[in-house]
Design a protein around this ligand. Structure first.
Ligand code: 4F9
Length: 255
């Protein structure tokens, strides 16, 4: 997979190329990163990439022209057919694992990581295919959101994870949160790990883990339980277990 990123802080992406699974996958040749600084495409002597908003107001707006020229250079450098251009923005559609999976199957994509609160709308309308949000909060620029998107994509590329991990990946596709995990020592600060995990009884352990996954999901993310229910992914045994958990069945006051 080829990833082109547009950012005025290209060095931030060293976090992906230097560390962890994304770095190893790069060295394995599973993906490549090309960085483009729109300042290199500025049209004036000051290398301007932003200006004050028409109509007044707070903040600056990224100029359409240097960004359009950057995207044109990427299209000229990249393989055809043209890769989709994605802008990381709090105004975008929220990212989820299904979208990550679909994007990970593309041969190439271009990410626009903007700064200064805004980008000229004409650039977005004419040259951006999709806007994606990584959550309902604001950060100082699109670089960290772009890195989160790239990390989530790269770990799905065949060969990026070592085998033991890919099984863990499958467990997210259940659409439920993971339950608790334990390792040595058996007693930590006076708290013993759940005895079932030390029993060696594989069927009981699998049942316990599934129940814990349901419990944690119901306590924190009823939206995921509702979706699993709607999609027919909860068995009658799952429903009986959920109905038996006090912290789940208790209704919060004022609701
Ligand atoms: C981008 C926030 C995607 C959430 C970009 C400021 C952003 C963001 N998801 N905030 N620039």
């Amino acid at each position: 997979m080829r990833v082109d990123v547009v950012s005025i802080f290209p060095a931030m992406f060293d976090a992906l190329t230097e560390w962890g699974i994304t770095s190893r996958a790069l060295k394995r040749g599973l993906w490549e990163l090309h960085r483009w600084n729109p300042r290199d495409f500025a049209r004036d002597a000051y290398r301007s990439i932003d200006d004050r908003p028409f109509g007044g107001g707070q903040g600056m707006v990224m100029l359409a022209e240097p960004l359009a020229d950057t995207l044109a250079a990427i299209a000229a450098a990249g393989a055809s057919p043209r890769a989709p251009v994605i802008h990381l923005s709090p105004r975008g559609r929220p990212l989820d694992q299904a979208r990550v999976k679909a994007l990970s199957e593309l041969p190439a994509l271009t990410l626009l990581a903007s700064r200064y609160e805004a980008v000229d709308q004409r650039l977005l309308d004419r040259h951006v295919d999709e806007e994606i949000s990584i959550g309902d909060f604001v950060v100082s620029g699109g670089e960290l959101p772009a890195m989160m998107l790239i990390d989530s994509l790269v770990r799905l590329l065949p060969g990026a994870l070592n085998d033991a991990r890919s099984a863990v990946e499958e467990s997210f596709s259940t659409g439920l949160l993971e339950g608790p995990h334990y390792t040595r020592p058996e007693v930590f600060e006076g708290v013993t790990a759940p005895e079932v995990l030390l029993s060696g009884h594989h069927a009981r352990i699998a049942k316990w883990r599934h129940e814990q996954s349901l419990r944690v999901t119901a306590e924190r993310r009823m939206d995921l339980i509702a979706r699993a229910r709607a999609e027919g992914r909860l068995t009658p045994a799952d429903e009986r277990w959920l109905a038996s958990i006090p912290s789940v069945t208790e209704q919060p006051e004022n609701s």
